[in-house]
Design a protein around this ligand. Structure first.
Ligand code: HEM
Length: 448
């Protein structure tokens, strides 16, 4: 086998030059990502901050991101700290004051969009049309949220059909059916949207205002928005909304199901609340609004096990100065170590204990408790982000998850298939938290 120098000697000078340039590009890439000297005064966690070696921190973060963020929060709570995320140096904010300053910063200084686009390489994966005119975000914020009552019957119908499909009635009454919640909770991607759009456009042209059973859904709202987008852009926009909506919801609800299945006795108080309300008022969005225990259970499940270890991802497009004078140079990312904050004993007594009625009790006992519904964001609860970019789909998704949890409570008994009382360990990579994909949850038709 030839060693590299001997192989190089056999090359033409032009080839040597070409190979050298190829080798230089990654070297420059590494060098250009060195920490700015302006970040030198911010303590580092997760690896060395010295030139070149700092890159090791990126790899360590990929493998141990969740514990690196916890370590940073434990050591530097009250101050900023920095870690080497996969993309660049990221400064973590740990106090309510810092979080407030980040969430209030204008978009042209700390950008939410640019972080998202960099993460998913938006120009290539989504195309420019979607993010240059993001009208779907206001449709989610306004039209979807306003339509929650109107679409409730369709949503409930979908929920009961989906449960019947995924948890079929067993042959023997009282038998348990085992499922992997992570797999069954994820919905299928939108297929054949193109022909559907063509068909809807045909019906709109043919029937106009006479179209009595015109669909009341996101696709139709996008078609009706007046933008007149080409079919591929429209399809991409729906897929973009799905990307924001589907995995976030399935991950979050899977954690909640695991919390229920590892504590089957928590179903009884939920059942009593739901049974009573449904008997009095029937299923509706308004009835769901009164299900405080259901809401509290979900908020607590989200507090304990969120979507990611960080929230409030931003990138500085211009230098940003905190009120204490700390300068964050342009190009630096900022984030809040949300999981560590959500598990802080000073903010949540016995934070590592799953207490499903933590928030409903808080609401009953204290004035500030009123702001502890699952949709409410704060510097202490950032599952849906916080500030002007806080998830616009949260009103819809909380409604959906409450309906699913209430439906499960009144129709099924639930436990872990192996009767375990321990949460199945999640998988962590970088900042991401992915619920266990192999643990089985057992369902049977409600016995009592
Ligand atoms: C449990 C499920 C969900 C979680 C945990 C979640 C979480 C988040 C978070 C953390 C953000 C960023 C907020 C920030 O940095 O301040 C976000 C943004 C967003 N979410 Fe969600 N989300 C969920 C479900 C949904 C659903 C169902 C939809 C659509 C129907 C949706 C649509 C969006 C959109 C469009 C944005 C971007 C907002 C903007 O650009 O201002 N999400 N979400």
């Amino acid at each position: 086998m030839l060693t590299l120098p001997i192989a190089m000697m056999d090359l033409e000078p032009r080839q040597v030059l070409a190979y050298s340039v190829l080798l230089l590009i990654p070297a420059l890439y590494f060098l250009l990502r060195l920490p700015s000297s302006q970040l030198g005064h911010i303590p580092t966690v997760g690896g060395p901050s010295t030139p070149l070696f700092s890159y090791l921190g990126s790899f360590r973060f990929f493998v141990r991101g969740v514990s690196i963020l916890q370590e940073g929060y434990t050591k530097h709570k009250g101050h900023l700290f920095k870690y080497n995320d996969w993309y660049s140096w990221t400064v973590a904010v740990t106090t309510a004051q810092q979080i407030d300053e980040v969430r209030k910063a204008p978009d042209d200084v700390l950008s939410f969009l640019e972080t998202g686009l960099e993460t998913v390489q938006g120009d290539y994966t989504l195309g420019r049309a979607v993010h240059e005119n993001p009208y779907h975000i206001s449709l989610v914020r306004s039209q979807l949220t306003r339509s929650l009552s109107a679409i409730f019957p369709q949503m409930m119908d979908e929920i009961s059909t989906a449960f019947e499909d995924t948890i079929p009635t067993p042959q023997k009454h009282g038998d348990w059916v085992k499922v992997h919640p992570r797999d069954v909770i994820t919905q299928r991607g939108v297929k054949f949207l193109g022909p559907l759009i063509t068909e809807r456009s045909r019906l709109a042209a043919e029937l106009g205002d006479e179209w009595k059973d015109k669909p009341n859904d996101m696709l139709q709202w996008c078609i009706d928005s007046g933008v007149g987008e080409a079919i591929p852009d429209l399809v991409m926009r729906i897929l973009t909304i799905n990307m924001a909506a589907i995995h976030s919801s399935s991950i979050t609800f899977t954690h909640a199901i695991f919390h229920l299945a590892t504590n089957p006795h928590f179903i009884q108080p939920i059942r009593e609340e739901v049974d009573e309300l449904i008997q009095k008022e029937g299923w509706s969005k308004e009835t769901l609004g009164k299900m405080h225990k259901v809401d509290s259970f979900l908020r607590e499940a989200m507090r304990m096990d969120g979507l990611a270890a960080v929230s409030l991802d931003r990138v500085a497009l211009k230098d940003f100065t905190f009120s204490d004078g700390t300068i964050i140079p342009a190009g630096t990312r900022l984030a809040a170590p949300a999981r560590a904050i959500h598990r802080d004993d000073e903010l949540y007594p016995n934070a590592l204990t799953f207490d499903p009625w933590r928030f409903s009790n808080m609401r009953d006992k204290t004035e500030q408790g009123a702001h502890n519904f699952a949709v409410n964001t704060s510097a202490e609860f950032m599952i849906f982000g916080h500030g002007k970019h806080a998830c616009p789909g949260r009103f819809f998704v909380v409604n959906e998850m409450k309906a699913m949890l209430a439906y499960i409570a009144v129709n099924y008994d639930v436990k872990m298939a192996d009767d375990s009382a321990d949460m199945p360990p999640s998988m962590y990579f970088g900042r991401a938290i992915v619920p266990n994909g192999t643990a089985e949850v057992a369902f049977r038709k409600r016995q009592h």
